[in-house]
Design a protein around this ligand. Sequence first.
Ligand code: OAD
Length: 236
Amino acid sequence: MKTINPTDRILVLTGAGISAESGIRTFRASDGLWEEHRVEDVASPQGFARDPHLVWRFYKKRYKQAMSVEPNPAHYALKKLEDALGDRFWLITQNVDGLHSRAGNKNVIEMHGSLNTAWCTHCGNRFPTEEIDLEAELPPCPSCNKMLRPDIVWFGEIPYQLDRIQSLLDRATLLIVIGTSGNVYPAAGFVMQARFLGARTLSVNLDAPENKGFFNEFYQGKAGEILPHLVDEWLK
Ligand code: OAD
């Protein structure tokens, strides 16, 4: 196994698989969330316009579940890596569960939004979910009383902080992608960009991802088992 160099700038991309061992369901597994729900019903602006009650029920359940679980050894391994690398480490996540921050990572970009916030469809203000009335079927905005929406980037919407992500991709020397099927763009394309820009690329995933061909190294298995060992090796 190649180690990491003191000059490496590491960019990590995570997906639902890194939270699986914390007890959060992934999307595309046979028992995944998208087996039970139609993406267009609960994860699109059109679905929200059609039936906001259904969409709020879906995200309230996911919020309560995320609050009831804990980060797992894979999250803590990434915290250890950031502690060692400081600002040469950045973490981009497609997850909305907040578990990376709860594990202690600071340099985190939540590109698909967060269950921990909601924003107002009328005045545009954003609020911590713990400050809104989740008992209400359609939680009202604390400042203007109009309808809030979950702070999730839905299909057809633009992921957050793409400019910042692009500049991190431009500078990264090592891209580590963990627990994502490689189905959803633009995140699924980051490995191609990193490769074309000359970075080393590494995947830790239970199943072979769609974009497996773009990785220099593929570690197959559970992130919570593989990642702590990889990080310990690198930091020796
Ligand atoms: P998926 O459900 O598509 O993929 C999860 C991946 O994690 C699969 O490739 C699994 O093999 C892998 N996996 C499962 N358990 C694992 C473990 N313990 N360790 C390592 N890998 C494991 O989830 P994402 O790729 O994150 O977007 O999905 C991307 C986006 O699609 C999500 O952010 C979400 C979804 O629709 C929105 O909701 C907008």
